[in-house]
Design a protein around this ligand. Sequence first.
Ligand code: GLA
Length: 408
Amino acid sequence: MTDPTTDRSAIDRNLPRMATLLERLGPSAGASVRVVRAPGRVNLIGEYTDVNQGWVLPAAIDLEVWIALEAWDLPEVELTSIELGETRRFRFEDLSPEHEGARPWIDYVAGTAWAMREAGLPIRGFRGVLSSTVPVGSGLSSSAAVEMATTWALADPAAVRPQPGAMALIAQRAENRYVGVQCGIMDQYASAAGQRGMALLIDTRSNEFSPVSVPADLSIVVCDTRAPRRLDGSAYNTRRTECETGARIIAEHEPTVRTLRDVDKDMLARYRHLLTETVGRRCEHIVNEDDRVLETVAALSAGDHGELGRLFAASHNSLRDLFEVSSKELDVMVEIAGTVPGVVASRMTGAGFGGCTVSLVLRGSEDELRNAVMRDYPARTGLTPAVHMVDAVDGAGPVDPREVLARL
Ligand code: GLA
């Protein structure tokens, strides 16, 4: 298997967690133990553009899912979640995308097994223990992290493994078909292909990416509103359909248009009268947001803090007013960040309807932001926030358990 190099810093920052995982797996596991990890992600900019074949700029972050496992000869998986205190089991022969009602956490694992089999990849059953530091329901892609860790856990170590972009597509299919959320490719891709110190500029049409340096003088700070998340699959799926409707109407007059990725500002202005008010606003967000992603890449490489601030603010306002996926709590969080001198740029991140903001902060000013949020946010919302200083890290992959044991 074409393994990425073990990320030793990932081991170092998670030693106690890994010790717990190995202990819970039990001494009988012995030499055949494997450990895999996969990160959550934060999106710097480019929201909902991935469901329009546009550009996105996420980074994999050091909030992660870990699985310690021992492969067995049974065609089934038994997995214990340490945080949930729950053990679940499924058999490969029972995997089916048909279901009713909400999916339990194990279905992100089962769905990935289903999608890998559908793609013709060999998979092996295992007994494992999972631990996660990605907050659930906060828009930091805890489910994509579970899916990507699962692809590594199920893969036959002797088989040749496809590229991260291809594995991300398989995990996305698990989410689309098995779980029932029509998400784009961004979350799984970022978790699969992340690189230390880098954001990823992903072209979601060609499924190719290039790493973009996060400037050394800037930290990424994620502020969690901890507001009850109102995102259900249906609100997300409706936004997606509205965008597709806009693209389809414009394409009737412009045959080169396949998705909103192919529509520019002038073209949208020409045909806007054919769209409903709502669809017009959704399209305006996507068309401008795509441009903002590429402008952000230029501003990051030029170290232009003023421009970064402008672009993040424009993205947030557009998600609030045109795409209508922000919330009072997200708006308050961005407003508070705006009062802190060391904050360069701040906006809501991910699908919205609750969840987190992402801020680029001058190194050394992180605590100022944390203090302002801890002081002002509860007073304005009645909620207790969480603040995460995050680093961009490598994407999903195996960790050599000997490296872990050597450090314990
Ligand atoms: C969720 C989806 C992604 C993307 C974002 C919004 O995180 O999983 O594919 O569409 O929302 O940008």
